[in-house]
Structures are given as structure tokens and as C-alpha cells.
Design a protein around this ligand. Sequence first.
Ligand code: UD1
Ligand code: MG
Length: 454
Amino acid sequence: MSTTVIILAAGKGTRMRSRLPKVLQPLAGRPLLGHVIETAKKLHAENIITIFGHGGELVQQVFTHENIQWVEQTEQLGTGHAVKVSLPVLPQEGLSLILSGDVPCVQQSTLQRLIDASTGTGIGLVTLTLADSTGYGRIVRKDGQIQAIVEHKDATAEQHQIKEINTGIYCVSNAKLHEWLPKLSNNNAQGEYYLTDIVAMALADGLQIASIQPELAFEVEGVNDRIQLAALEREFQHYQAKKLMQQGVHLIDPARFDLRGQLTVGQDVRIDINVIIEGECTFGDNVEIGAGCVIKNTTIAAGTKVQPYSVFDNAIVGENVQIGPFARLRPGAKLANEVHIGNFVEVKNTTVGVGSKANHFTYLGDAEIGSNSNIGAGTITCNYDGANKHKTIIGNNAFVGTNNSLVAPLTIGHGATTGAGSVITHNVADHSLAFERAKQISKENYQRPQKVTK
Ligand code: UD1
Ligand code: MG
């Protein structure tokens, strides 16, 4: 049966005290609403309808690349009203999953179970049993069957004791939504149109209300303020860390690991503390990442060791490479197997061939370096003339002396050598030596100036 996903995202999120709409606040580097959309997509939903209100234009801008039907709820008159405004675009058949834009961690498997449970009955919900149910809608049961959802503010003292709560995640027949929602009233303690009132309507129609519980409680946790956001971030990170450890990753301390995206791993990957992984990253077998590294959209092949405090962005790293500490790989850095990139070396839009080394204090920008070449400490590719970028090409088995300025465009041939301290402005032929420096002047028995005492 075809499934529609309706995401309620019109709330203002006042308690975040932010200019950014709540559903755009990031969890693990992605907007809250982005997590919900991603999960909806995994369910192969027929269409995704998002109800927006406050900050709507900004929200739509962030998700322009997604195939979403946006429906505006100009006044926030309650959850029932929010779903009601979607009726003009809601199919007549099939089921709808109703999700909240500020409940980002619900898992595909949980929603699939909800859909399966609701397919026969036409209505189902996700509930949760909590030690402290204060503030939530309570699930009232009789002989095990759901009788009603009573909001905290409408509940009796006896109902306040109920620990089973409504998580705000539902699966309902579209035909029934078309029938029930126009009949909602706002005759309650908050003067709102409650979506939860459809439970009574379902019972009146003789339907049973299906219910499931999530596998993990954090799946249904909502975010209202920054304290809850930070708490959920930790829970989500712990969940991700656990999944990686189950795949065989050695996380030295899962409490000090952050994944803001996707990490694909081989066997025996070891990650030290305070590492941040962003975007899409892949680490091959036996990759080791030292403490404090920040690695974004980067592929690292098997056996490579990254020393602490290295920062990578859009780089491709070969096998058995040694990098860092304090190395920086910027977009377009491509390191072949067995390359060494040492401390305070920055590599941008540069290919480094097999076995080549740049071990200390170097900038390699817009360069192509062959195999088994050595780049001396303090060497800079002068790739920018103030207006345009130029290329430096260095062959195989080249030896660039210490503290060279390589003024691009420039080619240094295979097996060529440059002397320490040179400013190289002309191409260097294969197997030749080039150096450029003033002749040394030596004065014997030189007396340094003496300090004048006043
Ligand atoms: C709702 C449920 C409650 C449940 C709780 C779980 C109702 C009446 N109550 O209460 O049973 O325990 O969620 O968190 O549904 N929204 C709109 N437009 C509106 C109102 C809300 O888009 O006019 C959106 C909000 O942005 C939010 C979601 O709907 O994403 C839930 O709204 P919220 O005000 O948090 O509902 P609660 O009162 O917490
Ligand atoms: Mg709420």
C-alpha cells in the first residue's frame, strides 16, 4: 500500500531562543528536519508533505533539492489543525505516517513496524512507557485496548498517574483523515485542535487502535530547547558509536567521538579520542586516526596512520600513508600509497605520487608531484600571483632542498635537485641541479656591536 509521510514542522520553537527555526537546528551536523526527511525517504514514501509555518521560506530553501510538498499553516492552531491543512494535497487512499520535525531520531525499522501494525486497523501509534510522563498525552487503556489519548492539561489526577505516553507518531488511513479532521473541535484546556482526538473518532467507527513501542527511547525524544538538543546529540552519538563498534571499529572512548555524517569502515580501524568525522568518509582496514583529528568527506585506504590534530577536507589518501601530527589536507589533495606528509604541511589541489615525502612545514598547492620525491622542510609552492593560480609539476625521484620557493608555473624534472634556500623561477631539467642564492660573505674575527651603557 502506498504511504504518505506528513511532517509537522510549523511550531516556532520559542524555547530555543534562536533566529533559526527549530527544525533547522543541527543534530549531528544535519538539521532536525533533515533527519526526518532522510528516514521518510528510506521508507520509499509516495510523497512527503511538510507543514511549515514560522521561518518557512528559510526552511524550504534548505531543502530545495528534496522532493517535498510544502503546505503552509499560517496560524498554529494545534496538531489536528496542522494535519488538516494538508488535506487538499493528501491522497484519498493509502496510509499516512504523521511525524514531527522536531523528533529527529525515529528509526526506519520502528516506522516500518508501525505501518505493518496499522495496515489492518487503519490507525496506529507509537507509545512509550516513561518513569516520568509529565507533560505528555497519556494513553488510556481498558482491557488492554486504547480508549483515548488525554493531554496532560486535560487529564484527571488519576490519569496523571499513567506512564504510557503518546509520542506524537501516528499511522492513519488517508480516507479516515479526510473524514475525521474536518470534524475536530478545539473545545479543550488549550483551545487547540488536537490530532489526538481522532482516537475517539476511530473508536466510534468501531476501529481498534494499534500501537507499538520504539526499540530505543531516544528515537521518540523531541527537542524543545538547547539542553534537550545537546542531550539528544549525545544519545545519538552514543548510538552511532555503538553501531561502529559492533562493526569492529576500535573507538578508544565512544563518549569522545562525533560522527556528523556517514562513516564506512574496513576491519580493525582504530580511532583515538576527540575525533570528528563529517560528511561521507571511508576508512580501509587497519586505518588509525590519532586524537583530535577532524576529517570531512575523505577516503583513507588501508594501513594509513594519521597522527593527532590533523584536519582533512575532501581528500583522497592511499594505503600505508603517514600523516601528521598537525597536517592539513584541503580539497583536491590526493596522496598515493606510502606518502609521508608531516607536521605543519598543507596540501591543496595537489597529487602526491607513491612514496613521496613532505615531512615538515610546507605548502603544496596546485601541484603534481611524482613518485619517490622529497620536498624539503619549509618549501612553498608559490601558486598565486595575486590574480591567478598556477601549477607546479615535480617529477619522480626529485629532491627539492629545504626552504625553497617554487614560483609557478614551474616544472622540476625527474631526478632533478634544487639547493636549499632557493627561489626557483625557471624550469629545472631532468637530472640537473638548480640553486639560486647570493654568494656567502664571510668576515673573519668579526666583532658584534656592543651594548651602549648610559
Ligand atoms: C503532542 C501531543 C501529545 C504528545 C506530544 C509528544 C497533541 C494534541 N498532543 O503534544 O499527546 O504526548 O505531542 O511530544 O497532539 N505543530 C504544528 N502546528 C501546530 C501545532 C503543532 O506544526 O499548530 C507541530 C510542532 O511544530 C511539533 C508537533 O506539531 O513538531 C507537536 O506539537 P507540540 O506543540 O509539541 O505538541 P504537544 O503539545 O507537545
Ligand atoms: Mg511538544
